[in-house]
Design a protein. Sequence first.
Length: 231
Amino acid sequence: MGLHNFHKLAFLVLVLCCIPVAYGWGIDGHLIVCRLAQPRLSKSAADAVSQLLPAYADNDLGSLCSWADRVKFRYHWSSPLHYIDTPDNLCTYQYKTSACRIYFRQGANTIDVRWYRRKEVLHHVWDSNIIETAEKRFYDSNVEELIDTLQKNITTVWSKQAKAWEACAKTACPDVYASEGIKAACDWAYKGVEEGSALDDDYFLSRVPVVNLRLAQGGVRLAATLNRIFG
């Protein structure tokens, strides 16, 4: 890959990682957001993304979207750069601007819980466990079926809201998206959870609609952002 193409690819990865639409997801969450976004791209944005993607991606934006999660195991310093933790008593969005670098030392990474019988931290429950449990229970462990369901909901039950999700006066609208995420974390992730809490069906079934909504919002907003960037 030439230096020019590398810089273009790095730019696309930067957009995917820095726009807070993916809500700190794990691998499947990132994949879902990008698969929801790609069909919504304008022709010019779709052409630009296709040119930016490496050949091995086979024009699948979703194949690149978990890049930040993969490289953190090789570049350990990068691990805290792609998420925000919210302290229990602080349900507002406060940040220090430095590219994508936002550091918080409290929050869901420090809360140990049990997800059914498995020990987890609360952050991982929302990163991956809720999505994986939903896939297993409702979609025969098939992420593509979950994506199809969310795509249909975006064009039907969420169609009016989806237009509002796209609206933004800025290119990436990070403050709006992050503030929504922090509110959802306080209202749903942290609520009723203490150190050592056992989270089972009551928690899962009441939270999975929130996760589905945030995934859908992420896909719509990522597409809208790329459309604004590439015309």
